[in-house]
Design a protein around this ligand. Structure first.
Ligand SMILES: [Zn+2]
Length: 166
């Protein structure tokens, strides 16, 4: 059995993205960037120009706003889709929930039902949801040591959403 690791970067484009792209070019490594809405338009284009993939990670990444309802999430999602289409001329086919698909939402937000509902809608529109199984925790301050204690385990799975679709 061949094992494949997919490298993904979340929450950009940010100040470091161009440096990451330069390293990847040098090392000939491809990745998927789950991006947010920003005005760094040249970076979105550069990611695709370098043959990497872009996925939708919501425009705002603001949990309290996007997870307030299915419609709120979709509106925010579509806002990023428009930005990406206008900026790059392409559409994305991948998405990743801010916080992952097993994010614990307050009851007021509808909890897991809301997440499943959003996932089902997006799957029906032809998007594929992607979680992660390993988190380098490099978004923390301070970031873990250079050896990167990679211990954080799965946030995940779209089994629930698929079940809803049947
Ligand atoms: Zn994120």
């Amino acid at each position: 059995m061949t094992r494949v690791a997919y490298l993904t970067f979340d929450d950009g484009p940010a100040a470091n993205t161009m440096r990451i792209l330069a390293i990847q070019k040098q090392q000939q490594v491809k990745a998927t960037f789950f991006v947010l809405g920003t005005n760094r338009k040249t970076i979105y284009r550069q990611i695709l120009k370098d043959s990497h993939t872009i996925g939708n990670h919501s425009y705002s990444h603001q949990y309290s706003m996007i997870y307030a309802s299915v419609n709120r999430y979709l509106r925010d999602f579509e806002r990023l889709e428009r930005l990406l289409r206008q900026t790059t001329g392409r559409r994305t086919t991948l998405f990743r929930f801010p916080g992952g698909s097993n994010i614990r939402l307050p009851k007021k937000s509808g909890g897991i039902k809301t997440v499943r509902h959003i996932a089902a809608v997006l799957h029906n529109r032809g998007y594929k949801g992607v979680d992660w199984t390993i988190n380098s925790l490099d978004s923390r301050t301070p970031a873990p040591s250079k050896k990167w204690k990679i211990t954080h385990s799965p946030v995940h799975l779209f089994i629930a959403a698929r079940r809803d679709e049947r």
